[in-house]
Design a protein around this ligand. Structure first.
Ligand SMILES: *Cc1c(COP(=O)(O)O)cnc(C)c1O
Length: 390
């Protein structure tokens, strides 16, 4: 491509673009395509948050630059949330930073800690943004395999000595995109212990920390004793409060890592619009009844989808969190051949597992963030195609 640096030109390919092209072609032929590849909530932002934004937007004191680290009201709301929800104490002044979405923070944290060639352990399968951010920071990705048999816990024993020697940072993500897997605090304890013995830093991506099912409460890695010595945790309002477009998230934990990130950020941006930060503070200070309502909707949708997938020979476990279903493709298919068949013959878009790393082969990701009627229509079409009738 013209005018691109070598680093930009050599970014890993965007696997979704092929599907978008095909989707457009089918739609032009009049096919009613149902997109279950969506990675954002379909539900609207709760009205109490919108009301707060409207009110704050009218206040001229919010029209100026935010402090680089975010306003105190937002950072205090994050600290209070940690205390209330996890019984973890973080100092709003030195251990919390507002972010323009957690994706921004994760990418900038990576560039703030890596020297060229430094390695980063990345969950495989995992969120593709990690890999691109490492590449743009001249780092090198080291695949951290996840153990399917044990609910996608990290397989530290699979890492080699040379890989561990060049690794500086480990990324984790539970409840995880794309697998929907969650872990208990004991797994975080093990991770912190392992990182400590290998002199690694940990960044835990908790984008789905509040999106959980069946009464399961996802732990924070900061609940592990001593975690603040080497860990930060990223949080986001995007998924839990349906605020993807608002671009607001936070990071909490080790103050030196946060300082390092804030130096990069203060040279790149000047935080988020104050009115958005204050509306997000209202969300974090709320009773989370809106979060609970959302989760119940996803849970209901999941219940409707799973039996149909099992009927067509897809091995699938209930997700404990996220709004994704991660399912094995039926016998005789690869991720690619199955997603292609579903798109061309059922008009249903699924995401092939390898879009999230080689560890995703043999799986597809199905998003529950589409209206229930459309979701049911999609699985009925899949069933009809695979079972011929019924
Ligand atoms: C959606 C998502 C994010 C990004 O969230 P923003 O706060 O909107 O930037 C981060 N991590 C994972 C795993 C996600 O799925």
């Amino acid at each position: 491509m013209k005018y691109c640096s070598k680093q930009v030109n050599s970014l890993p390919p965007y696997l979704f673009s092929v599907f978008h092209q095909k989707k457009k072609e089918l739609q032009e032929q009049g096919v009613d395509v149902i997109d279950l590849g969506i990675g954002a909530p379909d539900l609207p932002t709760p009205s109490f948050i919108i009301d707060r934004l409207a009110e704050e937007a009218k206040n001229p004191s919010n029209h100026k630059y935010s402090p680089y680290e975010g306003c105190l009201e937002f950072r205090q709301a994050v600290a209070d949330f940690y205390k209330r929800h996890y019984d973890v104490k973080v100092d709003p002044d030195t251990e919390v930073l507002a972010l323009i979405g957690s994706k921004e923070g994760i990418a900038h944290l990576i560039s703030s800690v890596l020297d060229p060639g430094d390695g980063v352990l990345v969950p495989d399968p995992g969120y593709p943004v990690y890999q691109s951010a490492i590449h743009l920071a001249y780092g090198s990705m080291i695949s951290l395999p996840l153990d399917e048999a044990n609910g996608y816990m990290p397989l530290f024993s699979k890492l080699t000595k040379p890989d561990l020697q060049r690794a500086k940072l480990m990324l984790l993500n539970y409840p995880g995109n794309p697998t929907g897997a969650a872990v208990n605090l004991s797994t975080f304890k093990e991770a912190v212990e392992f990182a400590r013995s290998e002199h690694l830093l940990i960044a835990h991506d908790s984008a789905y920390g509040l999106v959980t099912f069946d009464g399961f409460k996802a732990p924070s890695i900061l609940q592990v004793k001593g975690a603040k010595d080497i860990c930060v945790e990223f949080g986001s309002l995007s998924k839990s409060f349906n605020m993807t477009g608002w671009r607001i998230g936070y990071v909490a934990g080790n103050k030196d890592l946060i300082k390092s990130l804030s130096i990069v950020k203060s040279n790149m941006d000047t935080s988020q619009f104050l009115a958005i930060q204050k509306a997000a503070a209202a969300a974090l200070n709320s009773d989370f009844s809106s979060v609970k309502e959302n989760n119940e909707i996803y849970e209901k949708r999941m219940k409707a989808v799973l039996p149909a997938l099992k009927e067509i020979g897809m091995d699938v476990k209930r997700s404990r969190g996220t709004f994704f279903v991660w399912a094995k493709v039926p016998e005789g298919y690869t991720s690619q051949s199955f997603t292609q068949k579903m798109l061309e013959e059922a008009g249903v878009i699924l995401t092939p597992g390898p879009a999230f790393g080689s560890g995703g082969e043999g799986f597809i990701r199905l998003s529950l963030s589409v209206p229930s009627g459309r979701l049911e229509e999609a699985v009925q079409r899949m069933k009809k195609l695979m079972k011929g009738g019924s």
